[in-house]
Design a protein around this ligand. Structure first.
Ligand SMILES: *Cc1c(COP(=O)(O)O)cnc(C)c1O
Length: 227
């Protein structure tokens, strides 16, 4: 049996309740929501506790940290999500454990993932900031990138993903993401998912149609020493 930290259990319960409340306020069912617990900087032992609490989806943002954790926990029924910037030369290695990649933001990465020839589910990460240097494809380029994913039989396009910019209200950013999602769905009706919402803004994301929340600190607690 895994010993579960009572504070972890409490934070998980609080967030689960917050998600239920936000769904109720938005007139949505909690069944529409997948909560990916982002466990970056935390050890495999914490992920084991999360699994014991009933968590089924975990997210990591750096391959070199994620790979050993995924290997150590391979026996657990977890779906691993990759949410960080992905270098093309790491694409194959990441797909050895991650079934879902939230951060596809350029056609060269699509080409690298296509070579893996393994079924992979992808979100297109959209840059909602005014800084083109930030992660994510520019909103005007999303449909072109979607087409390149749709051309690869081994890739399933789930939908769009974004991180809300820090300097603007999250709700407005997620409203914009929802309208970009509508454009993608006009091209690919099955690509109906929206990955949005973190510890501080998941209620706003739920109000704007998010289906995949990526929640870290509100559940895991403070990160241990940042590398
Ligand atoms: C770390 C991270 C999260 C979770 O952030 P919290 O604020 O800890 O909830 C979500 N998405 C991405 C891409 C991240 O890197």
């Amino acid at each position: 049996m895994t010993d579960i930290d009572p504070l972890l259990a409490e934070r998980y319960a609080t967030v689960t309740q917050g998600i239920a409340e936000a769904c109720r306020a938005a007139g949505r069912s909690v069944d529409e929501i997948t909560t990916v617990v982002v466990t970056k900087f935390h050890p495999a032992a914490l992920i084991e506790q999360l699994a014991a609490l009933g968590v089924s989806d975990v997210g990591e943002n750096r391959h070199q940290d994620a790979a050993p954790k995924a290997a150590a926990l391979a026996a657990l029924p977890l779906t691993w999500h990759f949410v960080g910037q992905l270098q093309s030369n790491k694409a194959r290695a990441v797909t050895e454990y991650a079934r879902v990649i939230h951060s596809v933001d350029r056609s060269s990465l699509v080409t690298a993932l296509a070579k893996v020839e393994r079924p992979i589910e992808v979100f297109l990460e959209v840059n909602l900031t005014d800084d083109p240097g930030r992660g994510g494809v520019e909103p005007g380029e999303v449909l072109r990138l979607a087409e390149s994913v749709l051309d690869v039989p081994s890739l399933s396009l789930l939908g769009v993903m974004a991180v809300a910019p820090l300097d603007k209200p999250a709700r407005a950013a997620f409203e914009r993401l929802r309208s970009i999602s509508d454009e993608v769905r006009a091209l690919a009706p099955q690509a109906s998912k929206i990955s949005a919402g973190m510890s501080g803004d998941y209620a706003e994301a739920i109000a704007e149609g998010a289906t995949h929340l990526r929640i870290g600190a509100a559940i895991t607690g403070k990160r241990p020493a940042q590398p």
